[in-house]
Design a protein around this ligand. Structure first.
Ligand code: ZN
Length: 332
C-alpha cells in the first residue's frame, strides 16, 4: 500500500528539490549508471507483495537505522558530496539501500530503495546507488553479512590511495573487531568489475581498503558495519599521528596476539590469520604496508643513499674542514 507521502501531490520547495534530483538522474549525471536515464520510478510498477515488504514495520526500522548510519558517516566526515552508500539485507533476495546522488546527512526513510541480489530495483521512488553491486557481491558471498557500509574516511583512504595496509598487533580492540585489513585493486566505481574486486578478500575480512577509492565494511547490521569504519579510520589516524613521535610502534607480543585471535573467534568475527601457522602469522606482523608507514629509520625502511660516515672520502672531508677551522682560529 502506498504511504501517504507517496500519494500526496508534490508541491512546494521540497517537491522542487526532489524534481531536480529526478531530472539529474534522468540525465545520468552520476557515473557508472547510464541506465538510470529515463528509468521510471520503480514504485509505480512494484509488485504488491514487494511494496508490502518495503513498507513493513521491519523494513521501516531498517530504513531508520540506515538514516542514522548516514547521519553518523556525514558527521564524522567519512562521506563527501553524495559519496558513500549503506545497505541492509532484509530477505533472501531483498536488500534495502541508499539512493544515488543524495548526501548521507539528508537521507530520509522514504528516500531508500529496495533491490534484489542482481541489483534490479524492486521498490522506492529514487534510483538506487550505482555502487550497490559492491554490497550485493558481499551479501552473495558472505551469508552472515546483513549490513554493508561504503565510505571515504580520510585517514583510511590515505592508506588506500598509497596502496598500504595498516599493521596488526598494535591496538587490541582494533585487532579483535577488524584486525587484518585487505586492499583490493582499483576499478571504476559503480561497475560490476569494481564490485568483484573484493571477492578474494571478503570472507576473511570484514573491512577492506578499496584501492584509490575508500573503504567497505560488512557486519550483522548496518550500525555495526559503521562501527568497523570508525575502528579502521581511528586506527589509521592514530598510526599516522604516532609517526610524529619518530619512534617505531610497540608491538603486542606474539603470545598475546593469540589471546586476541581467540577472543575474535569466540565473537564469530572473520580474520585471515585464523588458519595461519605460527611462522606465517609472525611474518604477517610486519606486512609491507606497516613497514612503509613506520617512522623513518625503523627496520625495513629503505634509507636514502647518503654516504656512510665510515666512508674514507667523508672522513677526509671532515678532517679537512676541521683542520681549516682550527687553522682559522689560530690565525684569529
Ligand atoms: Zn565511493
Amino acid at each position: 500500500m502506498p504511504s501517504s507521502k507517496h500519494s500526496d501531490p508534490e508541491n512546494g520547495s521540497a517537491a522542487n528539490t526532489r524534481k531536480l534530483k529526478r531530472e539529474l538522474e534522468q540525465a545520468a549525471y552520476a557515473y557508472g549508471r547510464p541506465e538510470a536515464a529515463g528509468k521510471k520510478a520503480a514504485k509505480k510498477t512494484a509488485k504488491p507483495e514487494l511494496e508490502r515488504l518495503f513498507q513493513s514495520p521491519e523494513a521501516k526500522a531498517v530504513k531508520e537505522e540506515i538514516c542514522r548510519v548516514g547521519w553518523k558517516l556525514w558527521q564524522r566526515s567519512y562521506v563527501d558530496g553524495n559519496g558513500g552508500n549503506i545497505s541492509c539485507r532484509i530477505g533472501q533476495n531483498a536488500v534495502i539501500c541508499t539512493p544515488t546522488l543524495l548526501s548521507k546527512i539528508d537521507l530520509k526513510p522514504e528516500d531508500l530503495c529496495l533491490v534484489d541480489l542482481e541489483g534490479n530495483q524492486l521498490a522506492g521512488d529514487l534510483p538506487r546507488t550505482s555502487e550497490v553491486f559492491l554490497h550485493l557481491e558481499i551479501y552473495k558471498n558472505v551469508p552472515q553479512a546483513k549490513g554493508v557500509v561504503h565510505c571515504h574516511p580520510p585517514h583510511a583512504t590515505a592508506y588506500a590511495i598509497t596502496g598500504r595496509v595498516p599493521p596488526t598487533a598494535i591496538i587490541p580492540e582494533f585487532d579483535v573487531f577488524v584486525g587484518s585489513v585487505a586492499l583490493s585493486p582499483y576499478e571504476t566505481p559503480g561497475t560490476r568489475k569494481f564490485a568483484e574486486t573484493v571477492l578474494p578478500f571478503v570472507r576473511n575480512h570484514n573491512t577492506i581498503l578499496l584501492g584509490n577509492h575508500g573503504i567497505v565494511c560488512w557486519a550483522d547490521t548496518p550500525t555495526h558495519a559503521e562501527w568497523y569504519a570508525e575502528n579502521l579510520e581511528t586506527y589509521c589516524w592514530t598510526l599516522l599521528v604516532s609517526r610524529q613521535l619518530a619512534v617505531p610502534y610497540a608491538k603486542i607480543p606474539f603470545s598475546k596476539q593469540q589471546d586476541l585471535l581467540a577472543i575474535k573467534r569466540r565473537l564469530g568475527l572473520p580474520d585471515a590469520r585464523f588458519d595461519m601457522k605460527e611462522g606465517e602469522l609472525s611474518s604477517m606482523a610486519e606486512p609491507p604496508g606497516a613497514i612503509a608507514l613506520a617512522p623513518p629509520g625503523a627496520s625495513g625502511i629503505a634509507k636514502p643513499s647518503l654516504p656512510s660516515l665510515q666512508d674514507d672520502a667523508v672522513q677526509k672531508i671532515s678532517k679537512a674542514v676541521a683542520d681549516a677551522v682550527i687553522a682559522a682560529l689560530k690565525r684569529g
